[in-house]
Design a protein around this ligand. Structure first.
Ligand SMILES: [Zn+2]
Length: 260
């Protein structure tokens, strides 16, 4: 299947080229600082996180499933539904769990140390979608195991969700002025509403946590659709506008006693 083979990388590269083209042709915001330096830094975060994710993510799910497989826990062990229904429900559960996990990353100081790396980007475009500290990826996998075990979600569906959500994550981080943004943002996370999540303002930073479906934010009253984002300040309040730090410096942030 596409989501489980090297073909997915062709889809990913093709999609990225499409996004790069759209970002150049229809930018949502004009300001761009240190584009090349940011690209390199985001790539380095992607490379280090990818290795960790490959090593720990799915093998751990297999181990957990091997250990807990015979124990009678997990919702889908009890309810017998058609394959498509389980796929749909699993998809919704996984997306909701991503919303909760993202909120945890902002509320719990320990997790914020890692997630802060993602928010330290002084601009926002498709490359920011790859700027995640490996520590955040690592802990997110543990949260994921709990969800997978509680609901007994088939591993295949986890792979499908991850494959699809990656495209959404790249899309909502991109700097694209999207014509129907206002309509689509009622259902899915669009570049406009995710840009608000990357604001330096505390109230905006703590809004729009959803990953694929935006209704989780609506349900939890964390949806923020400020009418104009042309003068939005992106990044961390502690960092100055043109403060592009070195990769290794930011890489070790989570392990420092005091970051700033
Ligand atoms: Zn965030």
């Amino acid at each position: 299947m596409i989501y489980d083979s090297y073909i997915k990388y062709y889809f990913l590269i093709g999609f990225l080229f499409l996004i790069f083209y759209a970002e150049k042709k229809f930018p949502l915001r004009e300001a761009e600082f240190f584009r090349n330096k940011r690209f390199l830094m985001n790539f380095l975060f992607a490379a280090t996180s990818y290795i960790i994710a490959r090593v720990f993510s799915y093998p751990i799910i297999y181990v957990f499933r091997g250990l807990f497989g015979d124990i009678h826990i997990g919702l889908f062990k009890y309810i017998h539904l058609n394959y498509l229904y389980i796929l749909l429900i699993s998809f919704i559960i996984l997306d909701y769990s991503q919303y909760i996990w993202h909120r945890f990353n902002h509320i719990i100081p320990f997790f914020w140390r890692f997630h802060k790396v993602h928010h330290s980007d002084s601009e926002l475009d498709s490359s920011t979608a790859f700027r995640f500290h490996f520590g955040e990826q690592f802990f997110s996998q543990f949260f994921r195991f709990i969800v997978v075990i509680l609901f007994f979600i088939p591993l295949e569906f986890v792979l499908i969700y991850d494959f699809i959500s990656l495209f959404f994550i790249i899309f909502h981080h991109s700097n694209i002025k999207f014509k129907y943004d206002n309509i689509f943002s009622n259902l899915i996370v669009t570049p406009y509403i995710h840009t608000i999540h990357h604001s330096k303002e505390f109230n905006e930073l703590n809004s729009n946590f959803s990953v694929i479906f935006s209704f989780w934010d609506r349900i939890h009253r964390t949806l923020n659709k400020r009418p104009d984002i042309s003068n939005i300040k992106i990044g961390l309040i502690e960092m100055s506008e043109r403060d592009a730090k070195q990769f290794w410096e930011i890489f070790f942030w989570p392990f420092k006693k005091k970051i700033f």
